[in-house]
Structures are given as C-alpha cells and as structure tokens.
Design a protein around this ligand. Structure first.
Ligand code: ADP
Length: 656
C-alpha cells in the first residue's frame, strides 16, 4: 500500500470484500483486512455474538439478489458501530461493500443535523426578520418621503405666509393711512365743526384704524424676523437715557389712579445693541402689564450682572395660569378672561417680543401667579454678540497674515461682513474690515490691500467721492475696486474707475475667482533687463504707481546676476541686447535652479521670425512689442505671468 492509499484507508469508513456463496471471504481490501476480514475467514467472523445470524441471513439473500442498506449494530474496536452493507452478485461470488458508522460519528452527525436543523430554522427566522425589516424599511422610507414632503410644504407655506403677510400688510397700509389721516382731519374740525355724536363716531373709526395699523406693523415685523431680514442697527447708548425716554412714552397709558407706573433708578451703564428692537420689546411688556392690571403697580427694574442686562416688568395684575405660560408666546394666542374681553389686542405682541429678544441674543422669562401678578423679564447681553465678533475681526486684521492677500471690505452691515469674512478666509484672503468710508480711509493709511470690496449704500456722496479719490490717487489707483451694491449705478461706478460692478446678491464663488485673478501680482518684483536706458525709463514710467516693485539691469550678465541674487517674481527681457542674445540669457536663467522658475516676458521692438517665436515659446511667458507697449498691457501681462507662475501676491508692509 502506498502512503497515499494509506491516507485513504485511514480516512475511509468503507471496506470492500468478496465472499463465496457460503459466506467465506475470498478477497478483502486493506481496510477490511485491518478489521480482521481476511481471505479464508467467514464473513460472519467479525460479527459479535448474536449478530452472526444476521450476517448469515445477509449472505443467503445476497446470493439470490443484490442487497442495499443491510444494517447491523456491532461493537468494533470497543466502539459501538453501525455496519451498513450493500451487496451485488457476480458469478460465484458476492461483492460486499461495508460502511462503518461508529456511534460517536453517528452522534456527531445527529448533532450536526440537529445543528443544521437549527441553522435552517434560524435562517428561516432570519429570512422572516429580513422580510419584516424590508417591510418596515419601506414604511420608514415612505414616512421619510412624507416628512420631506411635509417639510417642503411647510417651508413653502411659511414662505407664502411671509410673502402674503408682507404683501397684504403693505396693501393695507395705504388705505389705512388714508383713514387715519382723514379721521384726524375730521377730528381737527378743519372743514367745519362736528356734533358730539359725529365726534364719537369718528373717534371710534380713528381708534379702530390705529389698532389695525399696530397689528399690521406687528405682523410685518414678525414676517421680517421669520425671513431673517430684519436688519440689526447696533449702536451705543446709555441705559438711563433709554429708560427715561421709555417712561415718557409709556406714562400716558396709565389713566386714573388705580395703577401707577414706576421706574426704579437704573444703573449707570452704556449698552451696545439695537436700541429700536430693545424699545419695541420693553414697550410691549409695559403696555401688556398696564393692560392686564386693574389696580396696583407696574414696576420696571433694570439690573446688570456681569455682561447681562435684565429689565423686569412686574405687575400686580390678573396673572397667568401655569397652563397658559408657554402658549401666550404663540402667535394670536390670548388668554380668555373678563378683563381680556374688555381690552383690545392682537395676540402678536409677545411672540414678536420673544423673537426680537432672540435676535438681540437673549430671551424673555416669565414668573406669574394667577390673580397676583406677573413678572416678565427681558434678559439680553449688554453688548450684542456681533459687536464683540466684529472687534475680534478688526484686531486680527491689524496683524497682516503673510500667507494671505489682504482685501479691504467696506461694508456697513456687520452680519454681511461676517459672511464675506467666512468666504474670503477660506480662500486664502485676509479681510480688513471697514464699516464706513472713514474707517476705510484710516486703514488705507497704513495698509495696502490687494483689492477693495466696496459694499456700502452707494447713494451717499461720500462713497462716490471715496471711489473717485481712490482712483485719482497714484498711491491707490491700481488697487482693484469691486463694487457690490443693490443700486444699479454701474455706469457711474465705472466712470469713477470701479474695476468690477455687481448687483447684490453676489455669488461667492464668482467673487473668490475674481479676487484670485485680480489680487495676483500686487507688490511683485519685476526685473527689467534692457541696455537701452530710454526703454527702461519707459517701462518704469508705465509701471509707476502700480504695486509692482521695479528692479533694473543694463545688460545681460547683470540681468542674470540680479535674477540670481534678488529673485524677482518676473523678468522683462529685451530681445536685442548688445553683448548677448536673449536666447543666451534665457539658457542661463533656465539652467540655474535659482532662476529657472521665474517667468520671463520678452520685450522687443522688431518683428520676430516664426522660428524665433517658436524657440522663445518654450522658455518664455509671452512677447510684448515695444511699439504697442502701454501701461494696461504691461500690467496685464505681468499679472498673467505671475498667475501662471502661481505667485500669490506678497503683502506690502507699508506704503512709502
Ligand atoms: P395682546 O396683548 O395683543 O393680546 P400679546 O401677545 O402681547 O397679545 O399677549 C398675549 C396674551 O398673553 C394676552 O392676550 C394676555 O392674555 C396674556 N398676557 C400678556 N401679558 C400679560 C400680563 N402682564 N398679565 C396677564 N396676562 C398677560
């Protein structure tokens, strides 16, 4: 037996043998022999007691007809084993194939089959789960779709609502103002006296119109806050002055002696926030307090703790039940009460006040006991967050960042400035913020920006003057100015020298692309290599007042040397030098790693041959003809060359 055969014997659980009609073994394979079934021995010899009879029975039958699946339970090598026999007859002999299945194997198979069954069961369960999951997934997807649709519809309807409110309110205002004006005229009796009854009637008309007008204003304000386009007008003012003005306007609301309006002396501090919005909130809280208080006092107390201002409006009125506390900040909600029914109102005051408080970076807190009174407290930062953020931006801009090109942004709205700052900072620019033309002038005294973004209301004479002055001053006329505005005054802006004119809103990508294109090359160093002093003088004159720094060389070798030592950003090379050809200079520049990267512009007074052009095209940026050389052309070509070479404009530290 070969080793390989041996391996199979080891693995195999089958024995093959041939027996004669009496059951005597006439041939046995190795494995059968290993179990003692050898030629000449009876097949039944390996059957243990009690089973020999069964083996003999098998032999008897096998002589007649082929047998399959004849099973015997034996103990082989001390292990309970099932023996399964198959037989087939061939002439005088019967071939027997015996399969041995030891009990532990059977157990294992049973175990495996049980496990298998379990796995099958699990698989089925899994499949069921999968189907269920798929179904619920489908449901979730459907729900998602529905939600998205809902959100879209909500957004759309919020938009429609906003537009409707704004549109309708504006439409209402005109006739309302007529009613108000006419009723005032009638009450003034300018065209003749009214009788008592008529006066009362007109006064009713007037009051109703006043109320309607207040409601429309509230609705408009809310719509504007919703659309996030209520502009912030942040300024510094004294808290004391603010509150005494407030007392002046609110005092007339208190009629009779039953209710008094008291202002506690406020701390002596300055605030920096939107005074108009603050006044709107406080007015609202005080007028509500007076409205819902039949007797007692409405007390206004301002306190400061750290950087926070609290203005508490405390009343001894009807109070608000716990259940209604949150509700009253919703639009059009009014709590039903006897007093409420006597009073007019829109249910828009508190939602508006809450939104305004939020826009100032704060909130309105409420404490109240039904029947005892309420305290509405406005809590806002003394300084609007935008102020601090803007200050930080200003401070940062005073330290030039050498890796970024500075852009002077003239924009009066802080929020818009932050938008610019975000975009520009991401794109490698540093914003120098100016909120007014005056600020911008101050900045220009010490810094030289790569470009100016002029985004201020351009109606002001001041802004047009500023643009004109910028473009008229040799020190600043080459700073590109981009005008972004809501007013279509392009012709005027262009006439004054604006390099770009865009109507707002300006696409951020477009802005960045433009800035990259125009900011290239300011402050770059240009080496002019020309042996003709007049030619050098001309280039110098052309570039005078531009932001380029000019270096000169009066012959080829000096040019090469200066290129190595001074590392200019671009070289203007005369094609016809006395001592060496432009090709020689180019060869030397391009073979030296120190100067290889510097773009070269050829300046020539003669027409070049096709061959010369071809040779030059390899190593130069472009060819400028002396004949057509102009300031614009020179500047443009230099900027192009710098852009191709990837030179970001270096910062010009200070103007001299
Ligand atoms: P309006 O005053 O126009 O009705 P508001 O939005 O200002 O609308 O107020 C909503 C509701 O909140 C009022 O109608 C009233 O029921 C309740 N409310 C507001 N302020 C007070 C207060 N100081 N005391 C009691 N209830 C108040």
């Amino acid at each position: 037996m070969t080793d390989v055969e041996g391996m199979f014997v080891e693995l195999s659980r089958e024995l093959r043998l041939a027996i004669d009609r009496l059951g005597v073994i006439v041939w046995a394979d190795d494995r059968a022999r290993a179990h003692g079934l050898e030629s000449g021995k009876p097949f039944a010899g390996f059957a243990v007691e009690g089973t020999a009879e069964k083996v003999n029975e098998l032999v008897r039958r096998a002589v007649e007809t082929p047998q399959t699946g004849w099973e015997l339970a034996l103990v082989l090598d001390g292990k309970p084993t099932t023996v399964v026999c198959r037989t087939t007859r061939s002439g005088e002999h019967v071939a027997v194939l015996v399969s041995l299945v030891p009990q532990d194997y059977a157990d294992a198979v049973g175990e495996a089959s049980r496990a298998m069954n379990e796995i099958v069961g699990l698989n089925r369960e899994l499949a069921r789960q999968k189907t269920r999951l798929e179904e619920s997934n489908k449901a979730v997807r459907a729900l998602h779709g529905e939600l998205a649709e809902h959100a879209d519809r909500m957004r759309a309807s919020a938009e429609v609502k906003g537009r409707l409110v704004a549109g309708v309110s504006h439409e209402f205002r005109t006739p309302l103002h007529s009613i108000l004006g006419l009723s005032r005229l009638l009450l003034d009796e300018a065209d003749g006296a009214l009788n008592e009854e008529q006066r009362t009637q007109v006064a009713f008309i007037r009051n109703s119109a006043d109320e309607l007008s207040a409601m429309i204003n509230d609705m408009l304000d809310l719509a504007r806050l919703d659309a996030d386009n209520a502009p912030m007008r942040i300024a510094q003012f004294e808290l004391g002055e603010f509150l005494s003005a407030m007392r002046g306007t609110m005092a007339p609301l208190v009629t009779g002696n039953a209710v008094s309006l008291v202002f506690d002396p406020p701390p002596d501090v300055a605030l920096e926030t939107d005074q108009g919005k603050l006044a709107q909130i406080v007015r609202n809280l005080i007028s509500n307090a007076i409205k819902f208080t039949e007797r007692g006092m409405v007390r206004v107390t301002a306190t400061i703790s750290e950087d926070t201002l609290k203005i508490a409006v405390r009343d001894t009125g009807i109070g608000i039940a716990d259940a209604d506390r949150a509700r009253i900040f919703e639009e059009f909600v009014q709590v039903d009460s006897a007093l409420q029914r006597q009073k007019r109102g829109t249910g828009l005051g508190l939602p508006l006040a809450a939104r305004l408080a939020k826009s100032l970076g704060g909130r309105i807190e409420l404490e109240s006991k039904s029947g005892i009174g309420s305290t509405f407290t406005l809590v806002i930062p003394m300084e609007h967050a935008e102020v601090d953020r803007y200050r930080k931006l200003q401070i940062a801009s005073r330290t030039p960042d050498p890796a970024r090109a500075p852009i002077l942004v003239v924009e009066d709205d802080r929020a818009q400035m932050f938008v610019y700052e975000r975009y520009l900072a991401m794109s490698g620019f540093q914003v120098l913020p100016a909120r007014s033309v005056r600020d911008a002038r101050e900045i220009l005294k010490t810094q030289s920006p790569s470009a100016i973004l002029l985004d201020v209301m351009l109606e002001g004479e001041d802004t047009w003057q500023f643009l004109g002055a910028l473009k008229g001053d040799p020190a600043t006329r080459d700073i590109p100015v981009l005008v972004c505005t809501v007013m279509n005054r392009e012709a005027h802006a262009r006439a004054l020298g604006a390099d770009e004119f865009w109507l707002k809103p300006v696409d951020a990508d477009k802005l960045i692309r433009k800035l990259h294109a125009i900011a290239m090359g300011r402050g770059a160093r240009v080496l002019v290599v020309d042996d003709d002093p007049t030619a050098r003088y001309l280039v110098k004159k052309h570039l005078e007042g531009s932001s380029f720094v000019l270096l000169e060389a009066e012959d080829g070798p000096t040019g090469i040397q200066r290129a190595r030592e001074d590392k200019p950003d671009v070289i203007l090379l005369d094609f016809l030098l006395q001592d060496m050809t432009a090709f020689d200079v180019l060869d030397q520049l391009k073979s030296d790693p120190r100067t290889r990267q510097i773009p070269v512009i050829i300046v020539t007074s003669q027409n070049l041959s096709a061959e010369e052009r071809e040779r030059l095209a390899v190593n130069t940026e472009t060819v400028l003809s002396k004949e057509h050389l102009s300031r614009e052309l020179a500047i443009h070509r230099i900027r192009d060359a710098l852009r191709h070479a990837g030179v970001r404009e270096p910062i010009v530290p200070r103007k001299t």
